[in-house]
Design a protein around this ligand. Structure first.
Ligand SMILES: C[S@@+](CC[C@H](N)C(=O)[O-])C[C@H]1O[C@@H](n2cnc3c(N)ncnc32)[C@H](O)[C@@H]1O
Length: 208
């Protein structure tokens, strides 16, 4: 992430948007987590999202990872008061076994607050999120589409991988290809952003 995006992502308006718009939408679709739940946040940045997962979604504990060690340092400061409910790791969302030693079905919920569009091998990150979700677990996502990334302002101000980005439909198709079920409807904002929840089916084919 370049300087401009780091500043924007950590700005007060973005935090308000996340807390007062995105979280209520995600809660309405996917609900709070059952007591005792273990969550994972991929691309946690400075840890604001992980704090929301603990406070608003009711996770008992969270593992949070980011490729950028400087972000992990920021998250560690922000989340220090949660003690051993939080574990922070520097590593890639494309290989959760290497980063976290994460087994299949390890988490009740995985959170993606605007990170997968940063990953060149974005399908691998989706596959990893699906792999580590327990049956009945939820994948909460907020993503940025190829349409937004192609806008001149985005291209001028930010630094994203180019080529093989996804539309909302392609992202949802990839979730389905990885065996996840889309819950309710996916919120699409001007073709630029999408917000939704998918569930890993339990053995009989139903969601939790
Ligand atoms: C747009 S920021 C979002 C940060 C945070 N989720 C938030 O909403 O404030 C994207 C984050 O993804 C991280 N990132 C990029 N590629 C990654 C990867 N392969 N694995 C884990 N994190 C990655 C970046 O370092 C950055 O912190």
């Amino acid at each position: 992430m370049n300087w401009t995006e780091t500043a924007l992502i950590n700005s007060q308006p973005r935090r308000w948007l996340q807390r007062f718009y995105e979280v209520p939408v995600l809660l309405r679709i996917g609900g709070r987590l059952p007591p005792g739940s273990a969550a994972l946040e991929i691309g946690c940045g400075s840890g604001y999202g992980s704090e929301l997962v603990l406070q608003r979604f009711g996770a008992d504990r969270i593992d949070a990872l980011d490729l950028d060690p400087a972000m992990i340092d920021r998250a560690r400061k922000r989340l220090a008061s949660y003690g051993n409910r939080v574990s922070l790791v520097s590593g890639s969302a494309t290989d959760l076994r290497a980063a976290l030693n994460a087994d299949d079905d390890a988490y009740d919920a995985v959170f993606d607050f605007g990170i997968i569009h940063h990953i060149p091998q974005w399908r691998t990150a989706v596959a990893e999120a699906a792999r580590v979700l327990a049956p009945g677990g939820r994948f909460y996502f907020e993503e940025v589409t190829a349409h937004a990334l192609d806008r001149p302002t985005y291209r001028r101000l930010f630094d994203h991988p180019i080529g093989d980005r996804f539309t909302a439909e392609q992202f949802v198709d990839e979730l389905r290809r990885q065996g996840l079920l889309i819950l309710g409807s996916v919120n699409r904002i001007q073709g630029d952003y999408l917000l939704g929840v998918a569930s890993k089916p339990v053995a009989d084919g139903g969601g939790r």
